[in-house]
Design a protein. Structure first.
Ligand code: THU
Length: 134
């Protein structure tokens, strides 16, 4: 599993190289692994009207939906060359909760200091999120 996560993180690194971030100069890349085995990448895309910026994570989730993905998220790797432990913003956490397998089993993969891998659960970073009753 760690090998798979390393590969996911490497894909996130590659995605960050495609980032369009002329304003913040803070590139971010994400790679998501779905239960189907499919993977989707995304990078942040900024805009002169700053608030319209799209985060890497939501870009990757949108790409999955646009490509017909219907299974749930097993894991997401996020990477920025500017910051270790590049955690998803609040909006992306809410989006992850929408498409996650479940909060406990869906993993967040980050690069930690000394290039170690940090694995968190969505539950740890987004407890008590909003959802409609089933
Ligand atoms: N950013 C992401 O892509 N994902 C996050 O979860 C946090 C922030 C981007 C948005 C913006 O282009 C840059 O990082 C600085 O905020």
């Amino acid at each position: 599993m760690t090998i798979e996560y390393t590969e996911l993180l490497n894909n996130a690194k590659k995605a960050s190289e495609k980032s369009y971030s002329p304003y913040s100069k803070f590139p971010v890349g994400a790679c998501i692994l779905y239960e189907s085995g499919n993977k989707y990448q995304g990078c942040n895309v900024e805009n002169a009207s700053y608030g319209l910026t799209l985060c890497a994570e939501r870009n990757a989730m949108s790409s999955a939906i646009a490509n017909g993905e219907t299974s749930k998220i097993k894991a997401i790797a996020i990477y920025s060359p500017k910051q270790k432990r590049c955690l998803p913003c609040g909006a992306c956490r809410q989006w992850l909760s929408e498409f996650a397998k479940n909060e406990k089993e869906t993993k967040i993969i980050l690069e930690d200091k000394n290039e170690e891998i940090l694995i968190l659960s969505l539950e740890e970073i987004f407890p008590y999120g909003f959802k409609f009753d089933e």
